[in-house]
Design a protein. Structure first.
Length: 518
């Protein structure tokens, strides 16, 4: 049993993350991703590897270990082998000056590639093949044309980090690497002589604050994936948030592109990001994938939860969104086979009455306004949208699932909706709420509330939800049924012919919703 005196942990497994958006990759995870690649790469002295978003340098370090062992027969001399690997096979672009130093320390065992203690004796420059160059954003109308950063947030002085990542701040990444001189050099002049890579692998930054309300942010990991594909490597492996499965802010076109790309041959998905990034909360989980330039076909999807794996082979574009759990695919197929109308056709868009979240009751009025903390009087004449709904019974749900209702708990179960309620005639609401249904009588409205509270409905909504936001498109798989009927899970399971195994899966993923209006 190891003692404190002889325990020697891997320093890269002990790093604290800077934030939940830019997380360091544990060595174990890096090796799981490398295991997706064909074994023959490790004995190929001509194979080139690029990490375009170096943080700790863990990917390059673990690749170097594999190449050192795999090339032993072809390059017997250890120093010659190390020099060859470091100089000709491994390349990186650091995301900050600090991570550049860390990555060089991890790979070369020295913060400078040509330092006294560097394991590589072939470099005459301090950077080696791990470059960092400070890049400025290119502003247009208050936004960066490359990454979408908000000028008010990121137009900074020289003493602060710009977060303008070099790999994605060019229209043509093919010209970033110039083969004509030593190391990882950048040249905008020669596309034909640009360096070619067999493997691009990394863990890119996930998002940038966009100056919006609260913690609003714009995803940027998708830009790293798209830029890497432009380099046309043989293999691309990246770990990114799973939120792209359902699209959303800045991700709809990326989702469509990924789902149609049949070169994605393996996808490993973690519903709980803390399984691979301990102590890190990433809403919707994370996934890593293998993209193969010269191979096409269905994708091997692996769902991992609490260490248990479920593997299936399927087309990613069977539905407009990627259904995370393979066990859910058959259930959704049975529901859609009925060819019934979708509830998304009747759920309101944002601002059903044209009132923003910050709208408040007036001193007096002839109707009531519901906002997130209560309700009060409002003047009917001041309502400019949704007028036809004012005097009807309305079923509402919160647009954001508060208290993590939209996210899995420690058992992997979700409640999905944090609040469902009925607005009687003469009551309106702010954009805090979506209107799910509008009815002439209270009985129909009450039946809709019961329908929404079934595990069946919430399970179908959950298949399109990878965050706490709820909007009309999330109801696309939910059938629009007659609300003269009081629907229960038992009736719905029977209506759609679900098996005992499918029912058990739904029950395992959706937790009961309290009888109160929560």
């Amino acid at each position: 049993m190891p003692t404190m005196t002889n325990y020697n942990p891997d320093v890269l497994s002990c790093l604290a993350n800077l934030s939940s958006d830019e997380v360091f990759t544990p060595p174990q995870l890096a090796n799981q991703m490398l295991d997706l690649l064909p074994a023959e790469l490790w004995s190929n002295p001509d194979a080139r590897f690029l990490d375009p978003c170096c943080k700790s340098g863990v990917f390059l370090r673990e690749i170097a270990k594999r190449l050192d062992k795999g090339l032993e027969a072809k390059i017997p001399d250890r120093q010659a082998r190390i020099n060859h690997i470091m100089k000709n096979q491994l390349f990186g672009i650091a995301i900050t000056e600090l991570t550049g130093l860390m990555a060089r320390r991890s790979l070369y065992c020295s913060k400078t590639a040509n330092g006294k203690y560097s394991v590589c004796t072939a470099f005459d420059n301090p950077d080696g093949n791990i470059r960092y160059r400070r890049i400025e954003h290119t502003w247009k109308d208050g936004r960066c044309v490359f990454c979408g950063a908000n000028q008010a947030n990121y137009a900074r002085g020289a003493e602060l980090e710009t977060h303008a990542y070099e790999f994605i701040h060019t229209d043509n990444p093919l010209c970033l690497f110039d083969e004509r001189s030593e190391g990882c050099h950048f040249d905008e002049r020669s596309e034909e002589k640009s360096m070619k890579f067999d493997v691009i692998i990394g863990n890119p930054p996930y998002q940038l604050s966009d100056g919006g309300f609260g913690r609003s942010a714009t995803p940027i990991y998708n830009k790293f994936v798209q830029q890497a594909k432009k380099l046309n490597p043989r293999y691309l492996v990246m770990i990114i948030p799973s939120r792209w499965f359902a699209g959303g802010k800045g991700l709809d076109s990326f989702r469509a592109e990924m789902l149609k790309d049949d070169r994605i041959r393996k996808l490993v998905d973690f519903e709980d990001a803390s399984e691979v990034f301990p102590g890190v909360d990433i809403a919707g989980g994370v996934c890593y994938f293998l993209w193969e330039r010269d191979s096409r076909g269905p994708c091997e999807v692996t769902n991992v939860h609490k260490g248990e794996k479920v593997v299936s082979v399927r087309r990613l574009d069977e539905f407009p969104t990627l259904i995370r759990h393979s066990q859910a695919v058959a259930i959704v197929r049975k529901v859609l086979a009925k060819k019934e109308k979708s509830m998304s056709e009747q759920v309101s868009s944002a601002k059903p009455f044209g009132l923003r979240t910050f709208a408040r009751p007036q001193k007096e009025g002839d109707i009531l306004l519901r906002w997130h903390s209560g309700e009060g009087p409002y003047n009917r004449k001041d309502v400019k949208a949704g007028i036809e709904m004012i005097d009807k019974w309305k079923v509402i749900t919160s647009k954001v699932s508060y208290d993590h209702a939209g996210l899995p708990d420690k058992n992997g179960q979700r409640r999905v909706f944090s609040k469902i309620d009925i607005l009687p005639p003469g009551t309106i609401c702010t954009e805090t709420y979506l209107i799910v249904g509008v009815y002439d009588n209270k009985d129909n409205a009450e039946n809709m509330v019961k329908y929404l509270k079934t595990k069946f409905v919430r399970f179908l909504v959950a298949q399109l939800s990878f965050s706490q936001d709820v909007f009309k498109e999330k109801f696309s798989f939910v059938p629009l049924l007659d609300m003269n009927t009081e629907w229960t899970d038992e009736k719905l399971y029977k209506r759609y012919g679900l098996t005992e195994e499918e029912i058990a899966f739904i029950e395992s993923k959706i937790r009961p919703m309290e009888a109160t209006n929560e």
